[in-house]
Ligand binder design. Structure first.
Ligand code: UDP
Length: 373
């Protein structure tokens, strides 16, 4: 059976990074920059699984966030969860056997995360998981299974919040594997907010002004794949559009689901639809929104980082701190509840800013721990 033995290894430290989906590009940009700045000797080898492949879901992030070009592009996507994960494991294993890395670094909770972890653990390659310990306690979400399995396979678990640490302890994961570093997306928000102000013209392009609109995103499979639920969410957003224009950058999965459900025309008539945005445009829209309504984990947090109230378009969230501190409300997915949550947000003020997500230096901390600096 193939495993990798390290007795003959010499410097430099080699880290194979497995990414494939939009939020992973953003997280990886933070750590990659920190590795270049803090661990000059480290060699990063990037695998892009191909999970997200459209130019506006992938390419634009490599350009804007200055992520090194992938060393390996696996081109795997479009299949079922099982097909994608299986093909990824096989392809990642081949890369690991050739590269013999010191670490495999995985991010978040997608099929690419799980595939990277499973390929590595079976070769005895140490795994580091960024954004470890999150739990929605909803095992119907594919992401929840990916998180649990990846955390239990990983040697180093970089946690974004105190709740994440508690979740891992409750599952019996030893403290020596847990590293509470804070959230790399907080680093990203701080670093790119200024660049967005300088570089983005999205407000002018969409004829929007500060505080004059609601920003919405919807892409979770649980929301898009059930036509009734999708219909209810869109009705909630359309009700809110009576109060303020609602901007909805459309994830490809959501666009396809709206077309399938024959809802696209009606929604396009009432909401301000656009293609998925690059990160700088997205940050700009988040910063200046009156309210954000989203089922995205990343967007919920970014709302908090920019002190914008958030209506969470789900029944539960992994980011419980946001709800407990009243920076966000769980709106669920009925039209009236979504409308009321957005109206709550329009009136909310003085959200405060607790340090639930660390101090904005998670990237350097991760780089230093990985490189043993
Ligand atoms: N995002 C973006 N453009 C968009 C929508 C989202 O750049 O049109 C960014 C967003 O700012 C956040 C990340 O993508 O940083 C969140 O990704 P997504 O919602 O796909 O995944 P999740 O966070 O739910 O895993």
């Amino acid at each position: 059976m193939a495993t990798i033995k390290y007795s003959m290894k010499t410097l430099p430290m080699k880290i194979v990074v497995v990414i494939g989906a939009r939020p992973q590009f953003i997280k990886a940009a933070v750590v990659s920059r920190a590795l270049r700045e803090h661990c000059a000797d480290a060699c990063e080898v990037l695998i892009h699984t191909g999970q997200h492949f459209d130019a506006n879901m992938s390419e634009v992030f490599f350009d804007e966030l200055e992520i090194p070009r992938p060393d390996y592009h696996l081109g795997i996507g479009g299949g079922t969860h099982g097909q994608n994960t299986g093909r990824m494991i096989e392809a990642i294993e081949t890369v690991l056997l050739a590269e013999r890395p010191d670490w495999v670094l995985v991010y978040g909770d997608t099929d690419s995360t799980l595939a990277g972890a499973l390929a590595a653990v079976k070769l005895n390659v140490p795994i580091a998981h960024v954004e470890a310990g999150l739990r929605s306690f909803n095992r119907h979400m594919p992401e929840e299974i990916n998180r649990i399995l990846t955390d239990h396979a990983a040697n180093l678990l970089f946690t974004p919040t105190a709740t994440a640490v508690l979740n891992l302890r409750a599952e019996g994961i030893a403290d020596e594997r847990i590293r509470p570093v804070g959230d790399v997306m907080y680093d990203a928000s701080r670093y790119y907010a200024m660049k967005a102000e300088q570089g983005s013209v999205i407000l002018d392009r969409l004829h929007l002004t500060h505080g004059g609109y609601v920003l919405a995103t919807v892409h979770r499979a649980g929301n898009t794949d059930d036509p009734e639920r999708l219909d209810a969410i869109m009705r909630g957003l359309m009700l809110a559009a009576r109060e303020r224009p609602v901007v909805l950058p459309l994830h490809p999965r959501t666009r396809a689901a709206l077309l399938r459900a024959d809802l696209f025309q009606q929604v396009a008539h009432t909401l301000l639809l656009c293609d998925p945005l690059g990160y700088l445009d997205m940050v700009m829209l988040e910063k200046h929104a009156a309210v954000i309504a989203s089922d995205s984990g990343g967007v919920q947090k970014e709302a908090f980082f920019h002190r914008v109230p958030c209506a969470v378009l789900r029944e539960e969230t992994e980011w419980v701190e946001l709800v407990e501190s009243h920076a966000a409300v769980l709106a669920g997915t009925t039209p009236q509840a979504i409308y009321e949550a957005i109206v709550w947000g329009l009136d909310a003020s003085d959200l405060g800013m607790a340090l639930f997500f660390g101090s904005g230096d998670a990237g350097p901390k991760i780089a230093e721990i990985l490189c043993g600096v």
